[in-house]
Design a binder for this molecule. Sequence first.
Ligand code: SAM
Length: 305
Amino acid sequence: MLCFHIKELERGHSINIEFLKDKLKDFYDDKTLVKIIDGLLVDKFVSFRTNFINSTDEYVACELEKNNLKFKKLNLKDELQKRGYDLREYIDFFDFQFFILENRNDYNKLILLDIYKNGFIYLQNPSTFIPVILMDLKDSDNILDMCAAPGGKSLFIKSLKKNKTNLTSVDFNKLRYEKMLYNFKMQNANIYTINKSALDLDDNLKFDKVLLDAPCSGSGILDLNNNDIHKYFNDILINKSIDRQKKLFRKATKLTKNVLVYSTCSILNTENEEIVKSFKNKQVFNLKIYPDNLFEGFFVSKFIF
Ligand SMILES: C[S@@+](CC[C@H](N)C(=O)[O-])C[C@H]1O[C@@H](n2cnc3c(N)ncnc32)[C@H](O)[C@@H]1O
């Protein structure tokens, strides 16, 4: 009998948990399963970062203090190391600071501040910084973000390099694409965008660095408080995601000159390790993040061509 966080008992999540356990049990031992489910049940901190295109950490901190919002500045490297993740030779890449609110309810105050309204900050989970950081960006890079909407990782690329780098962001979903255009405008990011399937990009196009943040089942970010999750997190979604991931990964390998980073917010091996295993010889780094009160469940893999 596995013992989960007390909240499971309080909220009566047993149907969803059984369903999820069934999907995960082939990949994880009991201890890790408990950790994953606890991590999906626990409330997350509100996290955000500065948009370096038009602001600085100092300015953001000053505005938060001025408006009496209690916050902490965290270091991504420290938070990952604290949780025992092995960052190997990439360790210093992760020396990046971001913010969390001490009180989750202050979210409502945060989104009323000018720093939010003017695009000086961007609400973003720290797991999603990892694929971009691994790209080891240079000002002169020509970059492709193949599945970009609503634009969080594209915006982080632009922010880190203060709008330098030549970035093309693609997404085939019209609604999500529109939302992405809005976000790019709000954050003052200068990005070339394409609204079509990345699978239809010309193979002769070559990019120094490619990010494939693939469509996935979202098993690392499941809302276990939603009693209907088995209606959308099911075998149909998982199989559809795997099919898309295989096609998109194959395409990504054709478009990459130097560096390819593959990521998903799923923790199922079938959507991650299994998808990229054909390029094992070019794989230089692999990291799976388990969900907890700070991080969303995430997988990332870096390839050098
Ligand atoms: C995980 S989300 C991307 C999140 C985004 N990278 C971010 O950080 O905000 C996956 C995206 O892939 C898009 N997508 C799925 N298949 C695609 C395809 N063949 N070509 C382009 N975009 C695709 C979906 O519309 C969805 O917006």
